[in-house]
Write a protein that binds this ligand. Structure first.
Ligand SMILES: Nc1ncnc2c1ncn2[C@@H]1O[C@H](COP(=O)(O)OP(=O)(O)OP(=O)(O)O)[C@@H](O)[C@H]1O
Ligand SMILES: [Mg+2]
Length: 257
């Protein structure tokens, strides 16, 4: 029998995807052989298996001491991650599939949990940008920016707000000439009946924070123009939106300094 700290139900995990040994090492903060640690925020530990089936393991660490209490009312971080991912997939967006996850009550009460997801062969939008720019020609760069605008506007047109739309929470996979965009970190993503203005602003600010120092103004402006067009925003709405995004970005960056 599995100790309760490791997994709620063993049946959730196919041993071909992850062995009990790997799981127990990962849950206790170690690295099994064949795995490597990937850079992540301090509230998570992300590891990737490099031999056999390529998968990502994400261990959630409590963001606040109240994480356990929050789990009682809103579900554990792993449960929210699964629900957020499912909502996106159901609406037709791309996201790495969750292969198995932790459901243990004890872990949830400690503000912890984990998910195992399929690995996407790609890199984040910001990392892809660093590779693409300035080596590629303007046409390729604009196509890339346009694809991001298409996906983000489609998400918002579907009344879905992403919980943390940092640029590297969108993974870019190049397939021949096509660009595929996968949304990750879907723990706080949510479908609304109508997308609140505040949520639209929040997502654009999350993107803008990363973009400000790295992406030249002409491409940021191009993204914004395409995004507004795909969202069918009027001139007045565009103006109101850009003002709100600028003010909020300034506020958030000021607070971060
Ligand atoms: N399924 C996946 N396929 C490919 N790469 C992934 C996958 N999951 C995570 N990654 C990579 O690992 C990085 C960190 O993972 P993730 O974004 O889930 O954690 P985080 O943002 O640091 O955590 P937090 O939820 O606390 O903000 C990602 O930026 C991405 O490069
Ligand atoms: Mg992330």
């Amino acid at each position: 029998m599995l100790p309760p700290l490791i997994t709620g139900r063993k049946s959730h995990c196919d041993s071909k995807l992850i062995t009990y040994h790997e799981l127990s090492v990962l849950v206790s903060g170690g690295i099994p052989s064949g795995w490597k640690v990937v850079a992540s925020s301090r509230y998570a530990r992300v590891c990737k298996r490099e031999v056999g089936i390529s998968v990502f393991f994400k261990l959630f660490l409590p963001r606040t001491p109240l994480e356990g209490i929050k789990a009682i009312f809103r579900g554990s971080r792993s449960r929210r991650f699964v629900q957020g991912t499912e909502a996106l997939l159901k609406a037709g967006f791309l996201a790495p599939r969750v292969l198995c996850w932790d459901e243990s009550f004890v872990m949830a009460m400690m503000g912890r949990g984990w998910v195992l997801t399929e690995a996407i062969d790609g890199r984040g939008v910001l990392d892809s940008w660093r590779k693409l720019f300035p080596a590629n020609d303007v046409k390729d760069i604009r196509r890339f920016v346009d694809e991001v605008a298409i996906q983000v506007s489609a998400l918002h047109n579907a009344a879905i707000a992403h919980g943390d739309l940092r640029l590297n929470n969108m993974l870019v996979a190049f397939e021949d000439k096509n660009i595929k965009l996968f949304f990750i970190d879907n723990e706080r993503s949510r479908k609304h009946s109508r997308l609140p203005f505040k949520e639209r602003v929040k997502n654009l600010v999350q993107m803008n924070r990363d973009a400000l120092n790295e992406i030249p103004i002409r491409y940021r402006a191009y993204f914004f123009a395409r995004y507004c067009r795909y969202c069918s925003l009027s001139i007045g709405e565009r103006r109101r939106l850009i003002e709100a995004v600028e003010a909020r970005t300034r506020h958030v960056l000021g607070r971060a300094c």
